[in-house]
Each structure stands twice: as structure tokens, then as C-alpha cells.
Design a protein around this ligand. Structure first.
Ligand code: RIB
Ligand code: CA
Length: 318
């Protein structure tokens, strides 16, 4: 395994069916050494997001340690999204008490300790929920910044507009103060906003291919997508739902599937009307630093080929 590893990562997430699929993809990618999973309040409250992350470790047979991080945003009240993800956060599969334990160490402390012990530019953070844990870690221990090779996050939007308010995407809206800290931190950022995630739609043909794999992880993936997709399919009258969070992991293992450009992106933290908006300076009309690699295009067939190919490996002889 060590021959293949190209990235050492920490995944910070709020499972969430699409977060769960991102975990499955990461666990099945020899290019990635997942050092740990930290969870955050987001789609559903923290006690459910860490339970759900531990369930995914059980289903996938992963021994990656799971830590619970912050249960609410730095300043804002917690907004959740049970109307999309269901009461459990992972509706579409039966919930069970996971064997995978919850680590005693707080997720933010795990991020800080792991980074401080690492070499410069050596660990990639992969947040797929509200940025509370990452913003809090940077705010309380700026010395970790030098250790962060890159932050590859799901959140924000440009042409797609908001999905929780007319101008804000959920992950950024939930904790705009934390997002502002992250976007100003000076470390390289790759951002998967709705403009790209809305291209990877879970059409029937794609989900049928996954279901046909016939292993427990593929079954759980198809089951979760089957519930998760119904909200966005009716809202957007689309043939499938956007599989947001796995785009981060897919970019790490097959970046050639994606197209993006470096530009300035700033976070609205003051206005009530546009709180959490990501102002994408796509045409460089300001002289603000080009702090983000903004991804706006993906080969969605190639994305689903990759996902299906990696999910198939869970059926190989254990
Ligand atoms: O807006 C989409 C994002 O919000 C995804 O990360 C989904 O899991 C939810 O957290
Ligand atoms: Ca998420």
C-alpha cells in the first residue's frame, strides 16, 4: 500500500449520504492514506454524524479512527438538513450500533496534533461539511498552517446559485465565519462547488451499475443514494441528484477528470440576505489574491466509472 500512497489526508465530514460515499471511495483508493476522520454538526447533529461515520467504517471494514469535532458553528446557530438526508442523516439504509469506536480525542485536537507532528506541506485536509472544525483548528493553532499541503473542500457556488438560500450553499452558510478563516488562511485550496457537483447526477443507469456490483458497500451506496436523490430530483426536475462530496476524493485520485482555474473567492459574513455567499472572481475583476482553484467542469461519466470501479473492489476476496 505504501508504494501507491500519494496523499496523506484527513476527511472532515457530516454524513450525510454523499459524505458516506466519499468515505467509501477514499477507503478503496490505495493512492490515499486516510489518517483519520473528524465529524462535525451539519446535515444532522454531531452525535448522528459521528455515529454515521463509524457505521461506514464498519460497512467498509476500515480501521481509520473516527473523532467527533464541533457540535455547532463558531458563531451561527446550527442549521441541519434532515429534509434532504432524513432523520438519521443516512436514510436509505438500516441504522445499527457501529463496532467502530468513537475516539476520545476531540476532532479539532486530533487535527492540530496530527498536523503539528507532520512535516511541512505534508497533509491534505478534505472537508465535506461545514468548515467549523477546520476554522477552529486554524484559529486556535495557526502553526498548523505550514503543515497543510492543500485543503480540498466541497462547498460554495457561482452560476448554480445557492441551495439553502438564493445565494448560499449549505456547507458555507452553516459556518460562514469558519469558511472565512479557511479561505483567508493562505494555504492552497481546491473547491468543489455546486457548479461542478451538479454535473455528477445519480441517474438510474449509474445507480443500477453500482447496485449490480453486489457487495455490501455498493448495496449501501445504492440504498443511500436512492433516498438522498429524491429531494434534488424533484427540486431541479433532474434525472438524478448531485453526488457532491465524493468529487473531492475523485479530484485527489483522478484530477484529470476535472477542469478548474485559480481565482479569488471570498465569503460573505456580514449580510443577512447573502450570508455564506462565495463571491467567485472568475474573470479577475479585482486584484484580490487568487486563493482558490475553482473547479467548474467534470467528466461525469468518468467520475461514475471511477466510483463504480473502486466500489467493485469491495467485492474482491476479503
Ligand atoms: O450543499 C451540499 C453539501 O451539503 C454536501 O456536503 C452535503 O453533504 C451537505 O453537507
Ligand atoms: Ca457533507
Amino acid at each position: 500500500r505504501s508504494d501507491f500512497v500519494t496523499h496523506r489526508i484527513i476527511i472532515d465530514c457530516d454524513p450525510g449520504q454523499d459524505d458516506a460515499v466519499a468515505l467509501f471511495l477514499a477507503f478503496a483508493s490505495p493512492e490515499l492514506d486516510v489518517l483519520g476522520i473528524t465529524t462535525v454538526g451539519g446535515n444532522v447533529p454531531l452525535e448522528l454524524t459521528h455515529r454515521n461515520a463509524r457505521m461506514m467504517c464498519d460497512i467498509a471494514g476500515s480501521d481509520v479512527p473516527v473523532h467527533a469535532g464541533c457540535d455547532k458553528p463558531m458563531r451561527q446557530p446550527l442549521r441541519t438538513a434532515e429534509y434532504i438526508h432524513g432523520e438519521t442523516g443516512i436514510n436509505g439504509i438500516d441504522v445499527f450500533d457501529p463496532v467502530t469506536p468513537l475516539q476520545a480525542q476531540h476532532g479539532v485536537d486530533f487535527i492540530i496534533e496530527t498536523l503539528l507532528a507532520a512535516d511541512d506541506d505534508s497533509i491534505i485536509l478534505v472537508p465535506t461539511g461545514p468548515l467549523t472544525n477546520i476554522g477552529t483548528a486554524i484559529d486556535s493553532e495557526p502553526a498548523i498552517l505550514a503543515k497543510i499541503e492543500r485543503i480540498v473542500l466541497m462547498g460554495g457556488a457561482m452560476r448554480e446559485g445557492g441551495n439553502r438560500t438564493p445565494s448560499a450553499e449549505f456547507n458555507i452558510l452553516v459556518d460562514p465565519e469558519a469558511a472565512d478563516i479557511v479561505f483567508r488562511c493562505g494555504r492552497p485550496i481546491t473547491q468543489m462547488g455546486l457548479d461542478v457537483t451538479h454535473q455528477v447526477l445519480s441517474t438510474k443507469e449509474r445507480v443500477d451499475r453500482i447496485r449490480a456490483l453486489g457487495n455490501p458497500v455498493a448495496d449501501a451506496t445504492a440504498g443511500m443514494i436512492g433516498f438522498f436523490e429524491r429531494y434534488d430530483m424533484s427540486k431541479y426536475a433532474a434525472p438524478g441528484a448531485p453526488l457532491h462530496d465524493p468529487c473531492t476524493v475523485a479530484w485527489l485520485i483522478r484530477p484529470e477528470l476535472f477542469t478548474g482555474k485559480d481565482c479569488n473567492i471570498a465569503i460573505e459574513t456580514q449580510s443577512e440576505l447573502t450570508l455564506g455567499h462565495t463571491a467567485v472572481d472568475f474573470w479577475h475583476v479585482t486584484d484580490r489574491p487568487r486563493n482558490v482553484h475553482w473547479v467548474y467542469q467534470v467528466d461525469s461519466d468518468g467520475f461514475y466509472d471511477l466510483l463504480t470501479e473502486r466500489l467493485a473492489t469491495y467485492g474482491d476476496a476479503a
